[in-house]
Design a protein around this ligand. Structure first.
Ligand code: PLP
Length: 386
């Protein structure tokens, strides 16, 4: 590793590569090597690198107003809140900087509501395998086994149940419960889908028991699954939803979104220096306006189906397992080899893919990825699977 990287805190294992430029589905490092990017900042750069609408929004908003403090309204903040509220059918939006911050807000909002309307109830039922972020509360809410021994004592008040087990949720809801929190697809766990019927039943169960349904759409939202929000596939609506990743198309932007009935924060309960800043919000507006167009979402669905089909064919030809996921959030099950090693070899061969677990490769390309780029990815991946 070169000397100038020594002062970067080692919070994860990174290859000794320094990225310098990006365009569409491609990244370039400072040695001039190019990479076909099927990670895209972990499903963040939904329009790929350097998309003109993102650049234009950044440039024109930077010239007008970068920050006016969260003490005042600003135009992009109001516009993005309206766009999200109107497109989701929910009512109020708190803009923030990361998915973890949005989820932390969702947990606080549910607890506040429990204090006011459910005799101090505060527990949230969450799922084994879930990933909700890396603040202390969101790590406590997550069901990732590797988080269990870390940073004790954890924040109390989370009851973990297996995903897709409705009876377990039902048994876990007590008079102390305020909400059930779930990802429509557990991305970090390896693209594990919550079943449509399960989510529909969960919606009914939570309504019947008087607790909130919180959907963490940080990875699945903003077109990733071929709909603006994954819940649209299922025909339900949550009480609280969180967005992040794709919302900013590459800039730090996230949102806590709530129904009117759930919106019980009072002044002073929630906030932060950068929340709702006009520069990030302007990018969010440009991204949402681009992604929500029906023809854009239809193309995500088409290219997702193409990737799934071709990946399935490659897997069958090389003796690997099934493809799972929805839209452009897909995973391939490996029957042999170590996924991290395959991702490492792929990087050496100019392909960026992600290995969320030892037997799984995850694919989250730009929503604008072309068929030719999918073909090139499969060609490079094929050589690594061999
Ligand atoms: N929730 C889900 C479903 C995620 O996939 C992630 C990030 O991977 C988060 C929350 C945390 O988001 P962030 O890393 O922006 O804090």
């Amino acid at each position: 590793m070169s000397d100038d990287l020594d002062h970067v805190m080692k919070i994860t294992r990174r290859p000794p590569v320094v990225m310098t430029e990006g365009s569409g589905s491609w990244l370039r490092d400072r040695e001039g090597r190019t990479y076909l990017d099927f990670v895209q900042g972990w499903a963040v750069n939904c329009l790929g690198h350097g998309h003109p609408v993102v650049l234009e929004a950044l440039q024109s908003q930077a010239r007008r107003l970068i920050n006016c403090s969260p003490a005042y309204h600003n135009e992009p903040m109001a516009r993005l809140a309206s766009l999200i509220a109107e497109s989701s059918g929910l009512d109020t939006v708190f803009l923030c900087n990361s998915g973890a911050e949005a989820n932390e807000g969702a947990i606080k909002l549910a607890r506040k509501w429990g204090q006011r309307h459910r005799s101090g109830a505060f527990e949230i039922v969450t799922m084994q395998g879930a990933f909700h972020g890396r603040t202390l509360a969101t790590m406590s809410a997550s069901g990732k086994p590797a988080f269990e021994p870390l940073f004790k004592p954890k924040v109390p008040g989370f009851r973990k149940v297996p995903l897709n087990d409705l009876d377990a949720v039902s048994a876990a809801i007590t008079e102390r419960t305020v909400a059930v929190m779930v990802e429509p697809i557990q991305g970090e766990a390896g693209v594990i889908c919550a079943g449509d019927a399960y989510l529909r039943a969960l919606r009914e169960l939570t309504s019947a028991r008087g607790v909130f349904l919180i959907l963490d759409e940080i990875q699945t939202g903003i077109g990733r699954t071929g709909r603006l929000y994954a819940f649209e596939h299922i025909g339900i609506r949550p009480d609280i939803m969180t967005l992040g990743k794709g919302l900013g198309g590459g800039v730090p932007l996230a949102a806590l979104v709530a129904s009117e009935g759930a919106s019980c924060f009072e002044p002073g309960d929630q906030g932060g220096t950068f929340n709702g800043n006009p520069l990030m919000a302007a990018v969010g507006c440009a991204v949402v306006e681009t992604v929500r167009r029906p023809e854009f979402l239809a193309s995500v669905w088409d290219i997702g189906a193409y990737l799934a089909e071709r990946l399935g064919a490659l897997s069958a030809a090389t003796g690997h397992g099934g493809v799972r996921g929805r839209g452009l959030l897909l995973a391939l099950s490996l029957t042999r080899g170590d996924a991290a090693k395959i991702a490492e070899t792929a990087l050496e061969r100019g392909l960026l893919i992600n290995a969320p677990c030892p037997d799984t490769l995850r694919f989250m390309p730009a929503l604008t990825v072309s068929r030719e780029e999918v073909d090139q990815m499969l060609e490079r991946l094929g050589s690594c699977l061999d």
